[in-house]
Design a protein around this ligand. Structure first.
Ligand SMILES: [Zn+2]
Length: 172
């Protein structure tokens, strides 16, 4: 191999390594298949899509409660009539799907279990009071509770002014 050939080989090798590095960093930053898309936004869910989402969530909740021995006091049979429980369980469902997705590198299931442990405390609070029959409590209502005149006056200003004490200290 002469000098020219050696130089050419060095350049090719360096290009090849750069290409490998670029490919590796692209693989790190952009997974080949996008992960996600499992979340359900119940606030904006279209009625046409509702049935399928309810069925999927119910299957997950029934599996979850049996698999992890969740008591009726935590997830009552009427869970689907409790908005806060639906939100919590739906979030767990979405996270579970992402955690166990085939594109997950392997930490997803452990992360999910860690999140699940903290979610159980919230579930305990949400499900309280409905262990035998559903107590159809009235949800909080916002109709006729806001003084619209007061609201309009209030919202014309940011109310971000400094507290008077701090302002005085700066002047003095
Ligand atoms: Zn209930």
């Amino acid at each position: 191999m002469n000098d020219e050939q050696r130089e050419r080989a060095r350049k090719l090798l360096s290009q090849d390594m750069t290409a490998t590095d670029n490919a590796a960093s692209a693989a790190r930053s952009e997974p080949s298949e996008p992960v996600g898309g499992f979340s359900v936004n119940w606030r904006e869910l279209d009625d046409n899509l509702a049935h399928a989402e309810w069925v999927a969530l119910r299957a997950f909740v029934e599996w979850l409660t049996v698999r992890y021995h969740l008591p009726v006091s935590m997830v009552p049979n009427c869970w689907w009539q409790h908005g806060d429980l639906v939100e919590e369980l739906s979030a767990l469902h979405a996270a579970h799907q992402a955690a166990f997705d085939e594109t997950d590198a392997g930490f997803g299931p452990l992360n999910w279990h860690e999140r699940f442990a903290t979610a159980q405390a919230r579930l305990r609070n949400s499900g309280s009071g409905c262990t035998s029959t559903h107590d159809g409590f009235r949800p909080r209502s916002w109709s006729n509770v806001t003084d619209e005149q007061e609201w309009d006056a209030w919202t014309n200003r940011s109310h971000a002014e400094q507290p008077p004490r701090a302002a005085q200290r700066r002047e003095g």
